[in-house]
Write a protein that binds this ligand. Sequence first.
Ligand code: KG4
Ligand code: ZN
Length: 361
Amino acid sequence: MSQGSGLILAVESSCDETAVAVVRDGRRIVTSVVASQVALHSATGGIVPEVAARAHLRWMIPVLEQARVESGITDWSDLEAVAVTEGPGLAGSLLVGITMAKTLCWLHDLPLVPVNHLEGHIYAAWLLDPEEDDRPAPEFPVVALVVSGGHTFLVEMADHLRYRLLGQTVDDAAGEAFDKVGRLLGLPYPGGPAIMHAAASATSHDRIFPRAWLPDTFDFSFSGLKTAARREVARELGIDVQRMGSGGQDLPESSVSELAYGFQDSVVDVLTTKTIRAAEESGARTIVVGGGVAANIVLRGRIETDAAARGIRVVVPRPGLCTDNAAMIGAAGFFRARAGTRAGFDLAAKPSLKLAVPERD
Ligand code: KG4
Ligand code: ZN
């Protein structure tokens, strides 16, 4: 294990946030700057890859400069390495961050450390805010649930950087389901937070959505929920489901809240039940939850309550660290750097990079 200053500068641009952070020893955030493109993409109700890549180009250098000033780094040799998301994500978006990281490494003669974005979402659980009191790091074995806009899976970690895939979605990611159902209900993009807020004002909780249990597996399926939501909306409007548009339906506010509640309840129920079962079966000491959907207050509460009842510790980062950021890449990047992971200047974007592949019996 090579030692260094422990200071990692991290760059993240895999999707629609341009982010640069400086993290110490894989835990303490020195600074974390995120420029969000949400406003830009809400006009189109989703991400247009070319628009996202151009926005990264526009914001990468100002974000880097802000992170440099805020972290007080005057001498680049104070850094141990530069970590960057190599994938998965949008090719054009990834390329901007990778090119920035390579340029910094070339200019300042620093090691380049590639990080898997999904690994970053898991390592967000290790992070401490600048002024936050110290607390113990997650203890292994860890079971991690990653629920983002593009991915939904459960992995077991016996130790740092070791992942065994327990189960994954067979169709839509949880965040994708939130976004699609949000659109169907006429809610603004992104659907996740909009559904969470709408659900909070539901006064009736009797719209029950189906649960795809996929018994005896830790796999998930969310595409049926979308169909169920469509059917409910069509019924509400008194029209044939085949003739209904794909989004922006004009429903009364009370129906939107009730449907949002029923949908969210189903997603939270399945995610929590499977995560707890996975943790129990693998004897996990800690459950870690990451990815944008982990910002959901109902999901956080349910996993915390159910795990506490079984004496399992849960670490869910604060919402701003569940959604995309570079601090999480800095945390994972530190452990990767210390494990000797390095990339050359031929590092390429890997849009479909996997974290772990299913094991065969
Ligand atoms: O991890 P993330 O920021 O980007 C990806 O790597 O995909 O996740 C974005 C996803 C979106 O689908 C968004 O709707 C969802 O996370 N999300 C939420 C909440 N906040 C963001 N889903 C449910 N409840 C939330 N509060
Ligand atoms: Zn993400």
